[in-house]
Design a protein around this ligand. Structure first.
Ligand SMILES: Nc1ncnc2c1ncn2[C@@H]1O[C@H](COP(=O)(O)OP(=O)(O)OP(=O)(O)O)[C@@H](O)[C@H]1O
Ligand SMILES: CC(=O)C(=O)O
Ligand SMILES: [K+]
Ligand SMILES: [Mg+2]
Length: 482
């Protein structure tokens, strides 16, 4: 039976460097599980074509690939530049204007009409994920005169951050609603919402999707300071979460990123919701064939720390080595995963020991955890409808693959986000899973050792109980069950 070498899932942003059919096939073969479309860049025609190419490449490669549309959110960006890149130097005077212009070194357009009213002299503005720092000198009409404090290179449509200044815009913007409709029309598996502040932002996306008859897997991107105070409620409302370190590293002091990442990851593991670690994971591979030691270590530490997915941004969207970058993530994951200690039980279950005790799902997941620790099963087999039972087992990061069986194609696609889960679509729910799965394994040449089977009550078997079975695959009397 073919299973990947790595259980960590790989997200790659698709852009001009990776959007050809040939590149997409290579990315998939190198280990890409999820293609991310950054809807802040490129128009609907472009993204429609790319979606079609990704699906064709996935079927040509015979691999499951999920597609995630990353909604722009209320991110302020500079407009297009007449010539690029431009180089801003310390002490340069630059005017940011809401006028519709092609920018240059003296005047740069910005997309947010209310900005001049929201800033005052001495405020700090950051460009390009914080690389460039400017201070406001004065505001006049639609113009903001700024002095460059830390210079650097700038290209079109880079982001603009104002840490600490609340612009009072909700995360789910009218533009996002248009892109959500696009995502619904193209049946994208997942959408990620940028700049989430509260659970209401996620509920707004889910509500709007509902009205469109669309039920995407919804990822909350944590990239503003306020979201860190509302993590629990955001995790409850969302299907998964992303540590969006590009903007987060500007919105909170960069020296606090590691602690925030650890906190978000631990909490997501406890809730059994997938977490994506994103941005600058292999940044130097935008230009060079090899990453730095620090980057390779960052990827490894994210995996050791419990991330489900690692993500590429510019490396795969506009870099010189998209395939090598995916292959590097896969190689690091393959080396690191066997070295990880089993997730400590208390760390994963800690918050669930409330006054109500553990619920049935947690009790079963705990039993699977203990059984794996005391035996050496080949697989954990999990029939599922929504995907929550396999995710509850996956949060322990068992050293064996969890194979989830679901009649729902969208559940299978959403399981692409979870560490160590391989999804298999089956024709229908059934009442004879143990017989069926014994045969399924035998058809794939697996007929010795142990497998664990766990599931909750199902539509086929609504009176069933939460259960864990131990399948002795070679046992004669077990064969008699076939
Ligand atoms: N479809 C695309 N077309 C052109 N350039 C792209 C595309 N997708 C990404 N890029 C480029 O790759 C860079 C890194 O991608 P990334 O997804 O991190 O974007 P970002 O602009 O930093 O915004 P965000 O915070 O939404 O991720 C972008 O700044 C952009 O220059
Ligand atoms: C991915 C993203 O949006 C960020 O890192 O800011
Ligand atoms: K975006
Ligand atoms: Mg961002």
């Amino acid at each position: 039976m073919h299973l990947p070498d790595h259980k960590t899932k790989i997200v790659a942003t698709i852009g001009p460097a990776s959007d050809s059919p040939e590149m997409l096939i290579q990315l998939i073969r190198a280990g890409m599980n999820i293609a991310r479309l950054n809807l802040s860049h490129g128009d609907p025609t472009y993204h429609s074509e790319v979606i079609e190419r990704i699906r064709e490449a996935a079927s040509a490669a015979g691999r499951r690939v999920a597609i995630m549309g990353d909604l722009p959110g209320p991110k302020m960006r500079i407009g297009d530049l007449a010539q690029e890149p431009i180089e801003l130097q310390r002490d340069d005077l630059v005017t940011l204007t809401t006028d519709d212009i092609l920018g240059d070194k003296e005047r740069i357009g910005i997309s947010f009409p209310d900005l001049p009213g929201a800033v005052e002299p001495e405020d700090r503005l950051y460009l390009n994920d914080g690389f460039i720092l400017m201070k406001v000198v004065s505001v006049e009409g639609s113009d903001i005169l700024c002095r460059v404090r830390v210079g650097g290179e700038l290209t079109s449509r880079k982001g603009l951050n104002l840490p600490g200044i609340d612009l009072g815009i909700s995360a789910f913007t009218p533009e996002d609603r248009e892109w959500l409709r696009f995502a619904a029309e193209h049946r994208l598996d997942a959408v990620s919402q940028s700049f989430v502040a509260t659970a209401d932002d996620i509920r707004a996306v889910r509500g709007a999707a509902d009205e469109m008859g669309y039920a995407p897997f919804i990822i909350a991107k944590i990239e503003r300071a306020g979201a860190l105070d509302n993590l629990t409620e955001i995790l409850r409302a969302a299907d998964g979460i992303m540590v969006a370190r590009g903007d987060l590293g500007v919105e909170i002091p960069i020296e606090r990123i590691a602690v925030a990442q650890k906190h978000i990851t631990d909490l997501a593991n406890q809730y059994g919701k997938p977490v994506i670690t994103a941005t600058q994971m292999l940044e130097s591979m935008v230009t060079y064939r090899r990453p730095t030691r620090a980057e390779a270590t960052d990827v490894a530490n994210a995996i050791l720390g419990g991330t489900d997915c690692v993500m590429l941004s510019a490396e795969s969207a506009v870099g010189r080595y998209p395939v090598e970058s995916v292959a590097m993530l896969a190689a690091i994951a393959t080396q690191v995963e066997p070295e990880r200690s089993k997730q400590p039980f208390v760390r994963t279950m800690g918050s669930f020991h409330g006054s109500d005790g553990m619920n049935a799902v947690d009790l079963i997941a705990a039993s699977v955890y203990h059984t794996i620790n005391n035996s050496d099963p080949q697989f954990v087999l999990v029939p599922t409808r929504s995907g929550s039972t396999p995710r509850n087992v996956a949060r322990f990061r068992p050293p064996v693959w969890i194979i989830a069986f679901s009649p729902s194609e969208s559940t299978c696609q959403s399981l692409q986000f979870s560490y160590g889960i391989e999804a298999v679509q089956v024709d229908a729910d059934r009442s004879d899973w143990s017989r069926f799965l014994r045969q399924w394994l035998r058809d794939r040449g697996v007929d010795s050792g142990l497998a664990l089977l766990t599931q909750g009550p199902t539509v086929e078997n609504p009176c069933g109980n939460y259960r864990m079975e131990i399948l002795e695959l070679g046992r004669e009397s077990g064969d008699a069950c076939l």
